[in-house]
Write a protein that binds this ligand. Structure first.
Ligand SMILES: Cc1cc2nc3c(=O)[nH]c(=O)nc-3n(C[C@H](O)[C@H](O)[C@H](O)COP(=O)(O)O)c2cc1C
Length: 391
């Protein structure tokens, strides 16, 4: 018997990752797990957290730890957000619905991706709590405007505008698995291999591919009428990345969105200043989870410089490599106001649906509590660089 088969419950994000790998077809697991090119930034995001040491402090009264955090006038249970992750409805049946329920249970925001499987309206029908919407800046500005209107109608008050995809980087795993358009992926052998990958994961096949239909981009169905599968959207989506976009175009978004505006994909102090000038309510220090510019800075490494420049003129959210509550505490200590999860919740969702995401959030909450208690802080606002050991 291997130690693996003795496992009874997932203890951390790494366990959810293993469970997701088992349950998902390889092409989907790799899509979540992988990064661009050599995956240098993906690895550096994780390393930056493991290389930072916390300063243990003893004999403080840490009997009451308060994890609550107020963002845009909403009191959250903890400084955490489930960030935009495309295709979540392919990881578990109507995955965005399940993740939203878990986020609501923990009183933290959930952000629906432009390229979610569930539409804005499908989520709205599921909840009377607010959720966030993420927009990619697409060439078809009238469609973008239409999405903004729909989000507003559904009660979304917070928009994340993702700006780090003017062009699409290559992810080698997706190329090898035939997920990126290539001659090999459309050959009979390519199709057979992808089909075999799916057929050998029957529980996913039943739960998602059969019972989780329609597997289309719910927010984009008006743009591509009569689409029946994700492949039908490919041409439209690939054509919509707008490499000509500039800061002036963001003024257009600001003019058309009266709610909170968050700019996602900032890795440079000058860009952070521009976002503040534009009137952004928050920025996300993000390298898209190491999925775009390989060799871009690890987000934790660049965070202190950006926090210094922003100087509290807008909120700072950070993502990339956050896999535990200890990581959250480290990011807050280096200047983030709150953290956003990507792969961590995607793994948990793939592993065990809503229950998995709930378990993951419980784990994060406990880890944050312990990290705060052992560094001698009892309130989120008291987390500062004093709890980091300087090198
Ligand atoms: C599978 C996957 C899909 C993603 N889809 C989107 C998306 O649709 N929109 C977006 O702004 N970011 C997207 N991201 C990036 C995440 O929002 C986030 O920036 C990143 O995952 C953070 O890194 P982490 O996964 O290491 O936590 C995606 C990331 C992954 C892993």
């Amino acid at each position: 018997m291997t130690t693996n088969s003795l496992r009874i419950a997932p203890a951390n994000t790494a366990d959810f990752r293993l469970l997701a790998r088992k349950r998902l077809p390889q092409q989907l697991f790799d899509y979540i797990d992988g990064g661009s090119y050599q995956e240098i930034t993906l690895a550096n995001n994780l390393n930056a957290f493991s290389q930072l040491s916390l300063r243990q402090k003893i004999l403080r009264d840490v009997s009451h730890i308060d994890l609550s955090y107020t963002l845009f006038d909403n009191k959250l249970n903890m400084p955490l957000i489930l960030g935009p992750v495309g295709l979540a409805g392919c990881y578990a049946q109507r995955g965005e619905q399940q993740a939203l329920k878990a986020a609501n249970k923990h009183n933290i925001p959930f952000c629906l991706s432009t390229v979610g499987i569930c539409s804005i309206e499908e989520l709205q029908a599921q909840t009377n709590q607010e959720f966030w919407f993420q927009l990619y800046v697409i060439k078809d500005r009238s469609y973008a405007l239409n999405l903004l209107k729909r989000a507003k109608q559904a009660g979304c008050k917070t928009l994340i505008l993702t700006v780090d995809l003017p062009v699409l980087a290559s992810r080698y795993r997706d190329v090898r698995n035939g997920l990126s358009a290539s001659e090999a992926s459309s050959t009979l052998l390519g199709k057979l291999k992808r089909g075999l990958d799916i057929a050998t994961h029957p529980s996913w096949l039943w739960d998602v591919a059969i019972k989780g239909k329609p597997l289309t981009f719910g927010n984009l169905t008006d743009a591509v009428p009569n689409a029946n599968s994700l492949d039908d959207f490919k041409g439209w989506v690939d054509n919509q990345f707008d490499a000509s976009m500039t800061w002036q175009d963001l003024d257009w978004i600001r003019d058309n969105w009266s709610g909170n505006l968050i700019i996602k994909g900032i890795l440079d102090s000058e860009d952070a200043k521009e976002a503040v000038r534009l009137g952004a309510d928050a920025i996300v220090v993000s390298n898209h989870g190491g999925r775009q510019l390989d060799s871009a800075s690890a987000t934790l490494d660049i965070l202190p410089e950006i926090a210094k420049t922003v100087n509290q003129q807008c909120k700072i959210i950070v993502d990339g490599g956050i896999r535990s509550g200890l990581d959250v505490v480290k990011a807050l200590a280096l200047g983030a106001d709150t953290c956003m999860l990507g792969r961590a919740w995607a793994y948990a969702l793939a592993a065990n649906g809503e229950k998995g995401v709930n378990q993951l959030l419980n784990i994060f909450e406990n880890e944050m509590r312990v990290a705060m208690a052992l560094t001698g802080v009892t309130k989120v606002s008291d987390i500062s660089k004093d709890i980091i050991v300087k090198k």
